[in-house]
Design a protein around this ligand. Structure first.
Ligand code: GLY
Length: 291
């Protein structure tokens, strides 16, 4: 039995048109199909990296190419992976000028020092064969310029939400579970801000379940969403109860988040605090995509 689910953050009716929604649906359908095929001959860990690489390469999403721009005009990205076989987590925080942060996180899995941040993460990547790559797109520069123009509008600044972090959870033929998450951050954040995506609050896996999150990093970290869901499943809750219980806690802080997960029995689950998480999964030869 193999199972796989991916997400591409949130779809915002307010700021995105129907053509963007259709484009995201098509992209996720294509990527889930490719990743599902890949999973038949690869481990869960290899597959989540493969799927997230494809998501990072699609500029529709806020990860890798198409990452948001921070307040100082620069792009800083974060990504992580976690595997049930080794129970190891690796990641990069605020890395710059690489095409696929998830591949640097994968490289770090073989090191004793497995989570690197900032300029040193960037240096590590460039010294280890990752080429310099500018992930900025014209659309993201336009978004940045628009936000700059709104600078005098406090409300506009405070209500902006991260919309398109990406992630994948997979269960392979051997019963191993892995999770991967990658983000370009919130957009217009203070340089140095750390998102949830390369923490165990945003990305966690054990032999019982795996979870990847999207949404406001501060909310996800405050509730430790991915870790709590997986721990609750490890302690005997069903995956749906573990999600529901954790999202109740998120509601108490009016948190904005979504999460995808798979447990060891192959049960796929997803939940969001606000409607319109962008996700797709494939089971029993059928692709289900967000509407
Ligand atoms: N979840 C992505 C972020 O808050 O940066």
């Amino acid at each position: 039995m193999t199972k796989i689910i991916i997400h591409g953050g949130f779809f915002s009716e307010a700021s995105q048109d129907n053509n963007t929604k259709i484009a995201k649906q098509k992209s996720l359908q294509n990527i889930i199909k490719l990743a599902h095929e890949y999973l038949q001959t690869h481990t869960a860990l290899e597959t989540v990296v493969f799927a997230v690489t494809l998501l990072e390469d699609d500029e529709l999403f806020n990860a890798g190419i198409g990452s948001q721009i921070q307040k100082d005009g620069k792009i800083r990205m974060s990504a992580s992976i976690m595997d049930s076989i080794t129970q190891k987590f690796s990641g990069v925080i605020n890395i710059q000028e690489v095409k696929n942060p998830i591949l640097v996180a994968q490289k770090l899995m073989n090191y004793e020092d497995r989570v690197l941040g900032g300029i040193e993460a960037t240096d590590f990547a460039h010294h280890n064969g990752f080429s310099y790559f500018n992930t900025e797109t014209p659309q993201r520069r336009l978004d940045f310029e628009n936000k700059l123009a709104e600078l005098t509008n406090e409300l506009a600044k405070q209500t902006s939400k991260p919309t398109s972090t990406v992630g994948c959870v997979a269960l392979d033929n051997q019963g191993n579970i892995a999770a991967a998450t990658s983000t370009g951050g919130k957009g217009f954040e203070i340089p140095g801000r750390i998102s949830d995506s390369a923490t165990t609050a945003g990305n966690f896996a054990s032999k019982y379940a795996g979870v990847s999150c999207t949404g406001v990093g501060e909310d996800i970290v405050s509730i430790a969403v991915a870790t709590k869901i997986v721990t609750r499943i490890s302690d005997g809750k069903t995956i749906s109860d573990a999600f529901k219980c954790t999202f109740e806690e998120l509601k108490e802080i009016d948190g904005f988040a979504g999460a995808i997960g798979i447990d060891k029995n192959g049960t796929i689950f997803h939940q969001d605090s606000h409607p319109k998480m962008v996700f797709a999964y494939l089971e029993n030869d059928k692709i289900t995509v967000f509407e």
